[in-house]
Design a protein around this ligand. Structure first.
Ligand code: PBE
Length: 270
């Protein structure tokens, strides 16, 4: 019925995040590919602005369509939300967070390379850090360092067969989202236990790929594949080494509150 015309209610606008994010690029593609989204806009600003619009909408039980992803605390804070089905598969299925290294890094520093190659953890680990940062307001780097101390058995498996360093400087490129601040923070603290000196630089997704490809950065943990960062990856894949997933079971898509009576992107009226 007319009361269910969510498309008009949201002014044919999807609430997005930072313009440089993979999920923003993917949402522009969804708008091109779905006939019923023709002429729609994606409002790009910041993750913080999106989360605050989401909070207001939920408080007033108003319709809203956001770009959502896991791992993130949004589903812990607002459990009554759902991913819209994506029959065209624009947002993919399961995403993995991959580690990438610059060409030549293994030869230059085999121990650091091995450490980064052996780094892997679970969605629940990452979420533990993200939730705590969100709840306490404490710095995510500090919480990540504490996580390393509290999970020393796990952390030690990443260092198996690695010779301790005498202060080798390792440059990690990362992105400014909590997920990557957590992973980079954990790896930094873990590697520093073994004498490496790790610098983490938060940049745009495009710059992450460019800096690993050009050799300005040694490695990154921040590649969301195969879909979210596809364009960036395709452009640079011959100029970097893909070390494979450091985390499995990630996801991106369009997300709405449960009180919206639709299940699929295709249910949205043009
Ligand atoms: N994200 C979180 C990022 C990567 C990490 C899904 C918002 C993106 O590029 O879209």
């Amino acid at each position: 019925g007319a009361e269910d015309n969510y498309s008009e209610a949201v002014d044919h606008t999807i609430i997005g995040i930072e313009p440089g994010a993979g999920i923003s690029v993917t949402t522009e593609k969804a708008i091109e590919e779905y006939d019923n989204l023709k002429g729609w806009d994606v409002e790009l600003s910041s993750t913080g602005a999106m989360m605050s619009e989401l909070g207001t909408a939920i408080q007033n039980e108003e319709p809203i369509i956001i770009t959502g992803w896991n791992p993130h605390w949004m589903f812990a804070q607002y459990p009554d939300m759902k991913y819209l089905k994506d029959p065209q598969g624009i947002y993919g299925g399961e995403e993995t967070l991959n580690s990438l290294a610059r060409i030549g890094f293994e030869e230059d520093n085999p121990d650091a390379y091995k450490f980064i190659d052996q780094f892997e953890w679970e969605v629940e680990d990452m979420e533990e850090i993200m939730y705590e940062a969100e709840e306490t307001g404490e710095d995510i780097e500090d919480i990540s360092a504490q996580w390393v101390e509290d999970n020393q058995d796990r952390v030690d498996t990443w260092a198996e067969g690695v010779n301790d360093s005498n202060g080798a400087e390792i440059k990690l490129a990362s992105t400014p989202w909590d997920s990557e601040r957590a992973s980079s923070g954990v790896l930094k603290a873990a590697m520093e236990q073994h004498g490496f000196q790790v610098t983490v630089t938060d940049v745009d997704v495009a710059v992450v790929f460019e800096s690993v490809a050009s050799g300005d950065a040694d490695a990154t943990l921040a590649a969301w594949l195969p879909v979210t960062h596809k364009d960036f990856y395709e452009k640079q894949k011959d100029n970097l080494i893909d070390l494979g997933p450091n985390l499995e079971g990630a996801k991106i898509g369009l997300v709405v509150p449960e009180y919206m009576d639709i299940d699929s992107i295709e249910d949205l009226e043009p």
